[in-house]
Write a new protein. Structure first.
Length: 467
């Protein structure tokens, strides 16, 4: 997330507030959890220091109410802990800003430098050096490094997708940082889908000429859009985004998109655009295993120790967290932020296993109900029916394969949070109607056949017990 421009900082403490807010955001992620953070705190923008107050912008009345009720007092307290002179926080809608400040908000996109993504990467250490690689993300990392080195023009549009929190934003920031480091004259723009949506719709709703916005987003040699799924379903914005991609790539530029699903699973995407996007190169990032989780924890502890010298966590505590918390990198970062708070409260003593367990009690309790993925369901079902994963995913109507595959689809629908299109994609590209048929077919047999119902329950228990 990009913060307010220097021009909008008003008072002399603007740079300090920006830096403090970056640290506070990480602390709020740990305090409120990934889902709440992503919905309400992540889109919150620091705009200006004005008449002694810190003005933040949010996008909707509902978000404003939630933020004022649950976050504002915590935001104020945490900002003062990092920046003693920080004034009171005000969370406003765009139309509520003072007239002089509103002009800065309206022109935010046109004033921003196209290297904003590079500054963001440096501020949060979102570089290739801090990206922990494993089999779950190695392909995506390799392609990202190629693009940063200007070697990705053979696939002018690249889509990287994964469940939330698996490292897509980190990769995009790392690409922006490395591309600018290697080739300073290269024009690089990193923005979120929400940035694109707000910028384009602001131009339309205010009956302004959108040519300035179009010129801004089409100027880069390398355009990176994070959370691309936020654009999908917004028809005019979606069309404008694809026109932007066409214009950038037509000039020999590169476009990188990050989303929570592959082209097949992007809800609301126009079928014609879906077809075009399916023709683009893509990579999927999977959730981290225990080994990768452990290395992510080490990396985040080292990162926080830079700004909080002396911060350390006992090895057995990090081992325990990596084994018990079957979560994404983003949630692990939230856990380390919680440990940082515990370290500060304790007066700078190393965070022990006991202290970590107490500090993360709620998170560890949530983690006890393990995150079940489609891949895990497939693995357990294949083992139950004495077949390989390749056999389970084979495109055949033979009953010996089709029935176990339907069972796996049924359990994936019941035990994971994946959408029907996403489940279909993970089974080799089946249409969502095929997944619905398998789900309903197995459900009907379970209802009618007690022995089969017991078998399905045994498989489900095996999935939950799988380490």
């Amino acid at each position: 997330m990009e913060q307010g421009d220097d021009a909008a900082n008003g008072g002399s403490g603007g740079f300090g507030i920006n830096r403090a807010y970056e640290m506070v955001r990480r602390e709020l992620l740990g305090e409120f959890g990934a889902d709440f953070f992503r919905s309400y705190i992540d889109p919150l923008r620091f705009v200006a220091e004005w008449n002694g107050s810190l003005l933040f912008r949010t996008g909707s009345r509902m978000a404003q109410q939630r933020l004022r009720q649950q976050v504002q007092h915590r935001l104020e307290a945490r900002l003062r802990a990092h920046e003693a002179k920080a004034g009171p926080v005000e969370i406003l809608l765009e139309e509520e800003f003072p007239e002089d400040v509103r002009a800065l908000v309206d022109d935010r996109l046109s004033q921003r430098q196209v290297t904003t993504g590079v500054d963001r990467a440096q501020a949060q250490s979102l570089t290739f050096d801090t990206f922990c690689s494993a089999s779950s993300n190695h392909r995506a990392l390799t392609v990202a490094q190629m693009i940063a080195a200007s070697a990705g023009v053979a696939f002018p549009i690249w889509l990287v997708h994964s469940p939330p929190g698996c490292g897509k934003s980190h990769l995009l920031a790392a690409i922006a940082h490395e591309a600018k480091r290697r080739t300073p004259e290269r024009k690089v723009l990193l923005m979120t889908g929400q940035d694109y949506l707000e910028g384009f719709q602001s131009a339309l709703h205010k009956k302004r000429d959108s040519s300035a916005f179009k010129e801004f987003v089409r100027a880069p040699d390398l355009l990176l859009i994070d959370d691309f799924h936020r654009i999908c379903g917004k028809k005019m914005t979606e069309t404008e985004a694809f026109d932007t991609m066409y214009d950038v790539t037509r000039r020999g530029g590169q476009v990188v998109l990050a989303a929570n699903h592959g082209a097949e699973g992007l809800e609301g995407l126009d079928d014609a655009w879906r077809s075009k996007l399916k023709g683009a190169a893509s990579c999927e990032i999977f959730e981290p295993d225990a080994d990768l989780r452990r290395r992510i924890l080490d990396m985040r502890v080292r990162h926080h120790a830079i700004t909080s010298p002396g911060f350390s966590v006992a090895k057995e505590a990090l081992d325990f967290i990596a084994e018990r918390m079957h979560v994404t990198g983003r949630e692990l970062d939230g856990a380390v932020c919680q440990l940082l708070i515990e370290w500060k409260i304790s007066g700078g003593a190393e965070v022990t296993l006991e202290a970590a367990t107490n500090a993360l009690q709620n998170k560890l309790s949530d983690a006890a109900e393990k995150r079940i993925t489609v891949q895990l369901v497939q693995k357990v079902v294949a083992r139950h029916y004495n077949m390989s994963l390749q056999q389970l995913l084979e495109r055949t109507r033979r009953h010996a394969v089709a029935r176990p595959r339907q069972v796996a689809m049924f359990l994936a629908c019941k035990m994971t949070h994946a959408s029907l299109p996403d489940i279909g994609q993970r089974f080799g590209g089946f249409d969502h109607t095929t997944i619905m048929y398998a789900r309903d077919r197995i459900a009907a047999i379970v209802e009618q056949d007690p022995a089969f119902r017991a078998e399905i329950e045994n498989v489900a228990r095996a999935v939950r017990r799988e380490p």
